[in-house]
Design a protein around this ligand. Structure first.
Ligand code: MG
Length: 251
């Protein structure tokens, strides 16, 4: 029996060698090389903070009106001086004239050197993606607050991985990679917005899914509504927080 089985196997192997059925093609290295279209060439900035050649400069330290308005679409009243713009209490949010969806945003911010207030009352502002999703700006250098409301948090949704705050009066950076939501016909998220945030070069939000628009009171999921691209907005929370070197790359 064993002999017969061996002969059968041999026959199968030999017939396989001469069979015309096509097998997998022998791969060559170049078969998995993709050349076109060529990856776009850009010129990076001298430092990671400096805008690369394909960025839109949203604020160059001097001309705020070029790219920004107040919340009503009029001239912004925030104070431009010494290469930065500072919140003018009570004048409200400022927002970009342009609207954005998926993007990479670089923004530098500074909370007042003179410490005034505590918890949420100290150096509070915010960067709103599409005008409705807030990355919190706050002075959390030796200043406790609720963890999902501190600097680097997705406000009231997700705390930062670490507290990477510098001291009051020192310039800090946010580098934000944002993917806008896609919607179902009924206005619910097909894919929610996702966000990655580096605070002073440190990862604090790692491709986090947002639950919905930022809500001070209430549940974000309840207020999801279909929307298109939106402005970048900066919050007037009554504290004189400053911003500079704001640039964005559309993705
Ligand atoms: Mg805020």
């Amino acid at each position: 029996m064993r002999k017969i089985t061996t002969v059968m196997i041999l026959l199968l192997v030999v017939s396989g060698l001469f069979a015309q059925t096509p097998g997998p093609m022998k791969m060559k290295p170049e078969m998995t090389e993709i050349w076109d279209p060529e990856v776009r060439v850009i010129t990076p900035g001298e430092t990671p903070s400096q805008a690369p050649s394909d960025a839109i400069i949203l604020f160059d330290g001097t001309n705020l009106e070029a790219e920004w308005t107040n919340g009503n679409g009029e001239k912004p009243e925030w104070i431009v001086a010494d290469g930065c713009v500072t919140v003018k209490k009570g004048t409200g949010t400022i927002k970009t004239k342009r609207v954005f969806g998926d993007c990479q945003l670089h923004i530098e911010w500074r909370t007042p050197a003179q410490v005034d207030g505590e918890s949420q009352g100290r150096g509070n502002s915010g960067v709103f993606m599409q005008g409705i999703y807030e990355v919190q700006v706050l002075d959390n250098y030796n200043n406790r607050t609720y963890r999902n409301g501190q600097a680097g948090s997705i406000y009231k949704q997700n705390p930062p991985l670490v507290n990477a705050c510098k001291a009051p009066g020192v310039w800090q950076t946010y580098d934000i990679i944002y993917t806008a939501p896609r919607f179902n016909e009924d206005g619910t998220y097909f894919t929610p917005p996702t966000i990655t945030v580096l605070h002073n070069g440190v990862l604090v939000q790692n491709n986090v899914k947002m639950r919905g628009p930022t809500e001070y009171i209430g549940i974000p999921e309840y207020t999801v509504k279909k929307h298109g691209p939106g402005s970048i907005e900066l919050q007037d929370h009554g504290n004189p927080v400053s911003f500079r070197n704001i640039w964005i790359r559309e993705l």
